[in-house]
Design a protein around this ligand. Structure first.
Ligand code: FAI
Length: 208
């Protein structure tokens, strides 16, 4: 089965996988507080605006101090956002401003809406916070945002409503590997995120 991009959010763990028929020449690049999907060096040029984006963003815990004095190093609090497009950034920025995760997801997904491509591709996103985790999707016919307490999957095609999903990973590396290896067609790359005592750890599986 081909489900396109998908994510899984457990309450303390998250995974995101790029599956792609049309743009397989992509990889995930690790940055300081983000993971970015980008074309590989040998990818053909394209004007498609939807294939390069931050698929994971770390959000530092809110602090009463001024913006300049906020902690810059990862701590055990804070949140993580995962998703399949440019909406990941406004969701993270709203969490930074103190929006509840449900509202940050709903507002950002609705503002950007589904992608205006040949497939009306939905936008999907998830958050892992200190006390709760959420998933969301905006499709041509619906906006769904739901709190999750067990691992939950949502995908762009076919499996496009949040559903409970058997996901055993406990570390970021296991999450990236398990998502990459799941039996959905056209795997390209995957990201894993897990909360640890020090903050969130990230891992990437680029299938190399
Ligand atoms: N986020 C992504 O990595 C991504 N990759 C492809 N798309 C969109 O989905 C369309 C279909 O792509 P595919 O045939 O690879 O599933 C593409 O034309 C593009 O508009 C994406 N947009 C949303 O999932």
């Amino acid at each position: 089965m081909y489900v396109g991009r998908f994510l899984i959010v457990g309450p303390q763990i998250a995974a995101y996988r790029v599956s792609s028929r049309s743009f397989p020449n992509r990889k995930i690049i690790e940055r300081d507080a983000a993971l970015t999907v980008a074309p590989t060096e040998d990818a053909p040029e394209t004007e498609n605006p939807y294939i390069s984006y931050n698929c994971v963003r770390r959000v530092e815990p809110r602090s009463a101090e001024s913006a300049d004095e906020r902690p810059r190093t990862p701590t055990a609090g804070g949140s993580v956002v995962v998703g399949n497009g440019s909406h990941v950034d406004p969701i993270a920025e709203k969490l930074e401003l103190g929006y509840p995760a449900r509202d940050a997801l709903a507002e950002s997904l609705l503002a950007l809406d589904y992608e205006k491509d040949d497939y009306d591709t939905p936008r999907i996103a998830g958050t892992v916070g200190e006390e709760s985790a959420f998933v969301g999707i905006v499709r041509e016919d619906a906006l769904l945002v739901r709190e999750v307490t067990t691992p939950t999957l949502v995908a762009t095609y076919e499996r496009d409503a949040p559903e409970s999903f058997d996901f055993a990973a406990e570390t970021a590396e296991e999450a990236a590997a398990e998502a990459y290896e799941l039996d959905f067609e056209h795997p390209v790359c995957a990201a894993g995120v897990a909360r640890t005592d020090e903050g969130f750890e990230f891992a990437v599986e680029n299938g190399e």
